[in-house]
Design a protein around this ligand. Structure first.
Ligand SMILES: [Zn+2]
Length: 195
């Protein structure tokens, strides 16, 4: 099911899942079986090979990302690569196959920021288009516990932003970040003394 606009998809235990519209399916345009090069036909909402029977379905790819917070500021990174080169990103990345989501979160934050982090709270789940794929973004609030801050991997610059210094929506790499950062900012206002 494709949605054409932002819709709250459901809530569970105070967490909210948000689905953002997307125009590209991971299997769009597939014509031949990746196993045997046989012809593909639609089946059960996915595709099935007419020669060997191999069936495939498109799913959102899981990703882990964190709003790392320190002294009331949140850490964002400027992207060095497309998509969205030059815009501000929430550090994170894709899970490896079978990888624990929190292991993936710590690994990606280490690669992109040089920091060791402690996840504090799962803020929510957002579905975001990324380079022709749909990504399920598991989003944590975290705090730094060590490491040496340096931009790496997709990021070329790191900066800590106070709640009144956040980049404008046009400066953010992906559209879900507007809502994610607004959630963080509104929580800051509710508990101004939080560190
Ligand atoms: Zn096949």
């Amino acid at each position: 099911m494709r949605e054409s606009s932002v819709t709250p998809a459901g809530t569970c235990l105070g967490l909210t899942a948000h689905k953002y519209g997307h125009g590209v399916g991971a299997l769009d345009g597939w014509r031949f079986c990746p196993r045997c090069a046989g012809a593909l036909e639609p089946a059960d909402g996915g595709l099935r090979c007419t020669a060997c029977g191999f069936a495939m379905w498109a799913n959102s790819a899981p990703g882990a990302q964190a709003l790392v917070e320190r002294d009331g500021r949140v850490l964002l990174g400027r992207r060095g690569l497309d998509p969205s080169a030059g815009l501000w990103d929430i550090p994170g990345g894709f899970l490896d196959e079978g990888e624990d989501p929190l292991d993936a979160l710590r690994r990606e934050l280490r690669e992109e920021t040089g920091l060791e982090i402690e996840p504090l709270e799962l803020l929510g789940m957002w579905t975001q288009d990324y380079a022709g794929r749909s990504v399920l973004c598991l989003t944590w609030l975290a705090r730094p516990t060590g490491g040496e801050e340096r931009a790496g991997d997709d990021l070329v610059e790191l900066r800590w932003f106070a709640h009144d210094e956040l980049p404008s929506p046009e400066e953010l790499a992906f559209d879900t970040f507007v809502e994610i950062l607004e959630l963080w900012r509104s929580r800051e206002r509710l508990s101004p003394g939080r560190e």
